[in-house]
Design a protein around this ligand. Sequence first.
Ligand code: BGC
Length: 272
Amino acid sequence: MNEPHDNSETAGDLVLGVDIGGSSVKAGRVVPGEGELVGTRVRMELPRPPRPAPVLDMIVETCAREGPVSRVGCTFPGVVERGRVRTAVNMGPEWTGLDLRAELQKRFAAAWGHEVPVVTVNDADAAGVAEVRWGAARGATGVVLAVTLGTGIGSALFIDGILVPNTELGHIEIGGRDAETFAAARWRVEEDLTWEEWGSRVDRYLRRLEALIPAGLIVVGGGVSQDFALFAPYLHPRASVVPARFRNDAGIVGAAAVASAADPGRPTRPTI
Ligand code: BGC
């Protein structure tokens, strides 16, 4: 990798956080070390089908207008190791094997005229990092799980604040089915479930999860966490269950945190 261009005079220390989700992409500039978004958050609908080239072109075209940054952190809703996508359940087979980090870095370099380091991370891992650093799990020790309930189910596992990346616990099997195929937030809407009906599915999922991984604290994230009070009465795991603080911004803030903590010349190691 080339040495990053020194654009510190204009970029300051702002980091661009990009959160690729199953239905949209959200992005914003973040003050690293504080977890605060600066200015407006942009939201882009994913083209259907969400093939890599049009999605990445859209992200770079939109975000490059947002002003200078010193780094970019980008989430992906699948396993991503050392910048490369390994699984992409809700995005399509074209993503598997793609060097997401290299593809973004190339496009941002072309748009900005200089190279800016890009770091990639699983979306739920990024959301969990934001919650552990500044949110609902701040200062929590021991085993902490963050789950994101959205188009799919994502998971982030922390041990004394250190992330164990790419855990993929949304795919544990319950009653012969992949958990995210019945307990993700999309099913409440798509199957027109009551909060009790859907909350009971989430309860079943969380209790199975804690039977496998005895967490002391479970943070529930994803857009639906803003309605936490409506389904919390149906959740009965032994662990404390709390709503995420960052809601829809968790991925952006967490991606930026991972990018600013990582050494861009080395493989991504999304510890906090
Ligand atoms: C993916 C995870 C992702 C989650 C939430 C799942 O289908 O396998 O990697 O974190 O969806 O987007």
